[in-house]
Write a protein that binds this ligand. Structure first.
Ligand code: 0PR
Length: 361
């Protein structure tokens, strides 16, 4: 097999990135290990404890419980599962803003819980009044997003935590993408800021680890007990993960990336990505497009469909929000030169579009 994967030089749509060299090297070393069987693979299992300790440090949690999951989807499903299993009602509901990732739809479907989706405000953040109006005595979980997939926005997490507490529900924060940039901002998003019970925070997104390395964190170990099943023929007696055999490469690369980059490397990366996002937002605004302010390194702009299609035809990997805006995620592999070249292509397209059509007569 001689085929090479895609290059990253035109990828503006991904929430994954090129792994840091130390993460790539660690992933390769640990390819044939399975943290799902700690009795047989104790080294990678110990590394997973290190990964959770580091994630806890990033997310303001002194004595964290959790594990390295296949991604944000698994972490979100498991958080809903914990809340459902804790709930005393047989008909639990989960309340979340419409900006939440579609993995919660999967969670609701698999777990048989009612999903109550509430609107966002003009800042694309969860509308607190709508959340308050939606919770009731059967609410098992209130979800907030810290770094939304479409606009990079941060929900008012402390308020969401309070609303959850007011009805004896749990509070989950989806920081799958935002978790590795938020520590360098003023946002209140983590366990130390609010009554948060569980969190998704993915090393394989802004953490620069290899895929697959998602993170599930829980405020206390007893929350993970809600997920545990007996494992009679393994040396370990129970398993709380959703998948059985898991990627030791993901675990090792997450530890390698975090040891290398937390906190200074991630801080530098955040500053670089945020500056790039602001530069791009500015460049698009100057050209007359309507731009949603990049509160985190993600830019959404109202670019016409035809322009979007033409940019894709030029090889740019770009995506759109549900309402059709161009969406650019300033991941670590996205450089200023890439963005300048993207804007250059956009300008050439616009010039062509504005040339008047000459008639023959
Ligand atoms: N939570 C948030 C806030 C997310 O943005 C995502 C993924 C998830 C959870 C789910 O994470 P996993 O995909 O790890 O299960 N957001 C992107 C999306 O689905 C992921 C993505 C990654 C998209 C790479 C494109 C891509 O090339 O749109």
């Amino acid at each position: 097999m001689q085929i090479e994967p895609q290059a990253f030089d035109r990828v503006l749509s991904s929430m994954c990135t090129e792994p840091h060299p130390v993460a790539r090297e660690a992933a390769e070393r640990f390819l044939a290990t399975n943290p799902g069987d700690p009795g047989t693979y104790p080294t990678v299992s110990a590394l997973e404890d290190d990964a959770i300790a580091l994630l806890g440090e990033i997310a303001g949690l002194e004595d964290p419980a959790g594990y390295i999951a296949s991604g944000g989807t698994e972490a979100n499903i498991q958080a809903v599962r914990i809340a459902r299993n804790r709930a005393e009602t047989r008909t639990p509901n989960v309340v979340m803003p419409e900006s939440a990732h579609f993995s919660f739809q999967k969670a609701a479907d698999v777990l048989g819980v009612e999903l109550r989706i509430v609107p966002t405000d003009e800042q694309y953040r969860a509308d607190l009044e709508a959340v308050r109006a939606s919770v009731d005595s059967e609410t098992a979980l209130v979800i907030g997003v810290a770094g939304t997939t479409e606009y990079g926005r941060v929900d008012p997490i402390p308020e969401l935590g309070e609303i959850a507490r007011s009805v004896d529900a749990m509070c989950h924060v989806d920081a799958a993408w935002g978790g590795f940039v938020l520590p360098f901002t003023d946002h209140e998003w983590h366990f130390g800021h609010a009554a948060v019970d569980t969190m998704a925070i993915d090393p394989h997104k802004m953490g620069q680890a290899a895929v697959p390395a998602g993170g599930l964190l829980a405020r206390s170990a007893d929350l993970l007990d809600e997920l545990a099943v007996d494992t009679p023929y393994l040396e370990s007696t129970s398993q709380a993960t959703l998948t059985g055999t898991r990627s030791g490469a993901g675990v090792a690369s997450a530890v390698a990336a975090m040891e290398e980059l937390w906190p200074d490397g991630y801080r530098r990366q955040y500053v670089r990505s945020q500056n790039n996002a602001e530069w791009l937002a500015d460049a698009l605004e100057k050209r007359g497009y309507e731009v949603a302010d990049p509160t985190l390194p993600l830019v959404a702009a109202d670019v016409p469909r035809s322009t979007f299609d033409a940019l894709r035809a030029k090889g740019w990997r770009i995506s759109r929000t549900a309402t059709g805006e161009l969406r650019v995620v300033c991941m670590p592999h996205v450089t200023r030169e890439m963005l300048a070249s993207f804007i250059g292509d956009l300008d050439r397209l616009e010039v062509r579009a504005s040339v008047p059509v000459m008639s023959d007569d």
